[in-house]
Design a protein. Structure first.
Length: 219
């Protein structure tokens, strides 16, 4: 049986942000298109409350890249994400175009909600945790949490200027082109990426994606 990944996310402090709903909707529209085009999901992200939205990934292997894209897209806002692995159930009356939160339910979503609740009540000393994974396979969940908690801790320390360089590099792919676009030296771009731990972050997330893909293949 296919294993899906449900995401339930909320944005901290959103009620103090002017124009937040329109900003949220623009971001989710762009994310939905991008993730559909990459084959990561079949549904658009769906708003379920003022500061909360849901998503559904077609396979666990896409989780690390999807999370990175969420973190990058929503910065500098603080995004908390509960993640649930499991099966899903499609509503009998669901039709093409039915919003995700009305079309699908199941174990993946129940576990994602459980994960978000765990973020609300973290163990002592883990107050900065903004991502939690719950899965039927406890060892698999532990592996995901071990990588993603550290990745998120690094993400929280990335400055606005570092994000600007990271965004440029992800779009353009060459440090020289980013340097030209930002009117700085190539060495400045290199130092900024290094200080943000960009390559370590991307490598760790890529490796986790491979581990999750191997799990799907039963290796």
């Amino acid at each position: 049986m296919p294993e899906f990944v449900a995401l339930i996310a909320d944005v901290a402090g959103s009620r103090q942000l002017e124009g937040f709903p329109s900003r949220r909707d623009r971001l989710l529209e762009a994310l939905s298109k991008r993730h559909r085009d990459r084959g990561w999901c079949d549904f658009d992200y769906a708003v379920t409350a003022w500061d909360e939205f849901q998503g559904l990934l077609a396979a666990p292997r896409w989780l690390p890249e999807a999370l990175w894209d969420l973190w990058r897209s929503f910065q500098p806002l603080s995004l908390r994400v509960g993640v649930g692995f499991g099966d899903i159930e499609t509503a009998p009356n669901a039709a093409s175009g039915t919003p995700l939160n009305q079309a699908v339910t199941g174990a993946a979503f129940y576990r994602a909600r459980e994960a978000l609740d765990m973020i609300d009540a973290p163990p002592h000393g883990l107050g900065r945790v903004r991502v939690q994974v719950v899965a039927d396979d406890a060892h698999r969940a532990a592996a995901c949490n071990a990588v993603l908690r550290l990745a998120d801790a690094l993400v929280q320390d990335i400055t606005e200027r570092q994000w600007q360089v990271i965004d440029g590099y992800e779009r353009l792919g060459k440090q020289s082109e980013v340097a030209a676009a930002l009117d700085v030296s190539t060495s400045t771009i290199s130092r900024t990426l290094a200080s943000a731990r960009y390559r370590e972050l991307r490598a760790s997330l890529s490796d986790l994606g491979e581990v999750l893909a191997d799990g799907q293949r039963g290796i």
